[in-house]
Design a binder for this molecule. Structure first.
Ligand code: AMP
Length: 577
């Protein structure tokens, strides 16, 4: 059986794992690291870099880099990268391809199948877009799994004999998910899920960034357009400060100039943990509602919960942990690394699909996170009003599920019906998300009230199929809401494959040197002006050796560069972030 890898495609970082020798294991990337930053860049030479090297370049050349594109999955948003437009699907596929290459290298065999995780709160379009990104990367997506479900699977796999009610709180780089589940006798039953798809660790960084810019009389949105280098460098400083504040009581942030440079005499701002906690209070406040909703839908209360599990890098923040402590009056659990637990769970899901013996006593059931339904009209005092939402599958229904509802025509001799499908919780469709449409024709003539049926089938991937039919007619109108939504058509997919194939890739053995080069380029803007000439000269020498293609001189120049770095007090091997 070909290997099925498990992939956590994150807003900030992505990871890949495989179920091997009876247990899920992470697959390291070309740098021997488990986390691959979900950042893509195109260098001046027109070559593509994905991951850590791209993250370095994001600081010095933000216009050549794209990050956080997961936030736009399923939309028509395009991101500009070195003057060219790319869709979030294309950019995600480049990250997936990089993970796939790492897996092929690690396993010594071709890898063509994967389980990919998505935030539970991802809608139909976003799931389809993720599947398409997998296809573009040459991966058959065997299953789309909800991230908190995957995290739960890791816990469930290691703790399958327990009987517990568990709440998984997953705050990643860009999304927030809460999942309530019941574990008993090897069965993991997801009971309810809620979340927000625009709330994550990046918002916490941006809040600090915006406040520092504001102190200088600037607005984040305009500064990002007018002074991208200043913003890129300051964002990186804020990201570092945010992480340091997990351990330290106070940090110093140096404010870069418009060109994104930091010097010895740059203005320095002191940020304390308390001040940061105050600053992010509105974001912490937004965590409350989805937690309450997941509990309410699961008919549970905070004191019913045995374990609160934290998942996603942003749950490391003391402010988030404090919120959990207060809300549940208990210590949150973090038995597994919150960055890794989702990918490991995806590998367990892959093992379930492959019928691996090591998981034959494990059963998992998941739910549909949104209410799905159609637009209908309502009649009030003889006036017919359109735009109302009639649910067919209610949120938190166990999946897979198939439900049929009977509808009636509203006008005499109405021969066709335009079925418009929405997802959301509002009574009126304009406040919900339109995810597709289909037309039913062949309705026999006659008075209003002719019956027709609409069936919704929601599969284990969270993908919806809609069927509509009239009893009098043998013809069924079916649609899987793929292409008519905001995803890509087959022609667009083919075009994207061609476009991506034209990108130049660095050979695997050159990646470490590329990363070293980009790391040093970033340092140039950060070190003291006195140290700069020495570093620049070593970089020039290294770059020139790399262009010559002569392996021996590259080796020599690399050693010199590493020694120079170490003399200046930087440790590339130790990966000074
Ligand atoms: P994920 O999408 O799960 O990889 O989450 C990444 C998010 O976690 C990013 O927004 C990171 O800034 C954040 N993060 C990672 N480590 C820390 C830390 N030590 N303190 C605060 N935030 C962190």
């Amino acid at each position: 059986m070909p290997p099925i890898i498990g992939i956590d495609l994150g807003t900030t970082n992505s990871l890949c794992a495989i179920f091997q020798d009876g247990t899920p294991q992470l697959i390291p990337n070309a740098f021997g690291e488990n986390l691959t930053p979900s950042i893509v860049c195109v260098t001046e030479e027109g070559a593509l870099l994905v991951g850590a090297a791209a993250r370095e370049l994001r600081v010095t050349q933000p216009d050549r880099c794209a990050a956080c594109f997961k936030r736009f999955m399923g939309s028509h948003e395009q991101l500009s990268l070195a003057g060219k437009q790319y869709t979030p699907v294309e950019l995600s596929s480049l990250v997936l391809k990089s993970l796939r290459d790492d897996a092929c290298h690690h396993l010594g065999t071709d890898v063509t199948e994967a389980v990919i995780t998505v935030p539970a709160y991802f809608n139909d379009n976003q799931r389809q877009a993720t599947k398409q990104a997998g296809e573009l990367a040459g991966l058959r997506v065997k299953r789309i799994v909800n991230e908190p479900t995957a995290a739960a699977l890791t816990y469930g796999f290691h703790d399958r004999d327990s009987e517990k009610k568990i709440l998984v709180i997953d705050l990643g780089g860009g999304t927030f998910d809460v999942t309530y589940m019941d574990v008993f006798e090897g069965t993991l039953e997801i009971v309810s899920t809620a979340g927000e798809s625009f709330l994550g660790g990046e918002d916490f960084t941006d809040r600090l960034l915006a406040s520092l810019l504001q102190k200088q009389g600037r607005q984040l949105e305009t500064a990002e357009l007018q002074e991208p280098h200043r913003v890129a460098r300051l964002r990186q400083q804020c990201e570092m400060a945010k992480r340091q504040l997990t351990k330290l009581e106070a940090v110093k942030i140096k404010l870069p100039d418009a060109a994104g440079h930091i010097a010895d005499d740059s203005l320095t701002v002191n940020v304390t943990r308390t001040a940061y906690a105050k600053l992010v209070e509105p974001l912490i406040e937004r965590l409350k509602q989805p937690v309450a909703k997941a509990l309410r839908d699961g008919r549970a209360s905070p004191d019913n919960i045995d374990d609160v599990i934290l998942v996603g890098g942003a749950t490391r923040m003391p402010a988030v942990q404090e919120f959990v402590r207060r809300y549940f009056s208990k210590e949150p659990l973090c038995r597994f690394n919150p960055d890794e637990v989702v990918a490991l769970g995806a590998a367990v899901q892959a093992a379930l699909i492959a019928d691996d013996q090591a998981v034959d006593d494990l059963v998992m059931t998941d739910v549909c996170p949104h209410t799905l339904g159609v637009e209908t009209v309502k009649e009030f005092a003889n006036e017919v009003k359109p735009g109302y939402f009639t649910p067919i599958i209610h949120r938190n229904t166990t999946i897979p599920v198939s439900r049929e509802e009977l509808f009636r025509t509203v006008a005499p001799n109405q021969r066709e019906v335009h079925v418009v499908v929405y997802q959301g919780e509002h009574r009126r469709v304009e406040q919900n998300l339109k995810i597709g449409e289909l037309k039913v024709t062949g309705i026999p003539p006659g008075p209003a009230g002719k019956e027709f049926y609409i069936r919704f089938t929601y599969d284990l991937n969270g993908i919806l199929e809609v069927e509509a039919y009239v009893l009098a007619s043998p013809k069924k109108y079916r649609t899987v809401l793929t292409h008519n939504a905001r995803g890509l058509s087959q022609a667009e997919l083919d075009e994207a494959i061609q476009k991506l194939q034209s990108l130049k890739y660095y050979p695997r053995e050159d990646l470490e040197n590329q990363r070293l080069l980009r790391y040093c380029e970033r340092l140039v803007g950060e070190i003291s002006p006195f140290q700069r000439p020495q570093l620049e000269s070593a970089i020039d020498h290294f770059e020139s050796a790399m262009s010559s293609g002569d392996k021996e001189s590259v080796q020599v120049a690399q050693t010199t560069l590493l020694q120079t770095l170490s003399m200046l007090g930087y440790d590339f091997r130790g990966r000074g972030e």
